[in-house]
Design a protein around this ligand. Sequence first.
Ligand SMILES: [Zn+2]
Length: 265
Amino acid sequence: MVKHSLPFDPQQTAWWFVVSQGKLLLRSERIPQTSWQQLALSEPAQICQIGEWQGLPCLLAIYQDRITDPELWHSPRALLMAAEPHWFELAARAVQLSLFLQTHRYCGQCGCAMQLVNWELAMLCHKCGHRAYPRISPCVLVAIRRGTDILLARSERHKPGYFSILAGFVESGETLEQAAVREVAEEVGVRIGNLRYAGSQPWPFPHSLMVGFYADYQSGDIVCQEDEIAEAHWFRLDDLPEVPPSESLSGQMIRALQAEAGKTK
Ligand SMILES: [Zn+2]
């Protein structure tokens, strides 16, 4: 069993990020600022500090007991729309770390119990020295522009009428730029160039890091990858279908290209 990295003090006032099976406890749609005692829950399995806000610690508490009030537990997605983006970032960190701690209780190399390192966020096997860090899976987003058009695709997972820019996971040994070029070629058969970094966003579903690039169309006709892309088209930037909200990086990139195209008209 992993050790508590912090002594448990039920009287301590903190921002409590209580996670149970990937879901966060919210009170009035917010992270509760209170003591554990006030939360009226049984003792958590593990506590870990993940940050500080307004002079109070942000504590991750992994809760393993049975939940009696499921309506209070939410996906971190519920905080994506919060007025201040740090709530989503902290929630992303809490949920990702709880997944990491729960899936690294035993060493992948020798099978012995692992323990949380106190001075860095890592799990260590004292038997063989194997050390594991929270898993982060980089995923590239590519917004391809051709004049006043943007290439948008609908994945098999999305409902008809909802389109977004292309996305794909980075493979071992690949640069972010190589991943962007490869993914676009695989998913829609188009060649791109002039990649420009757009930004990044943690995406805790369950442990992605989105990295966005703008790119220019170079050549090729759209050929959708089977079982992955349901449809893909060039859309005029001033006449778009339903796209992701502006809280997500893909939504921000689409709107930025729209604004840029509006200026150069
Ligand atoms: Zn080991």
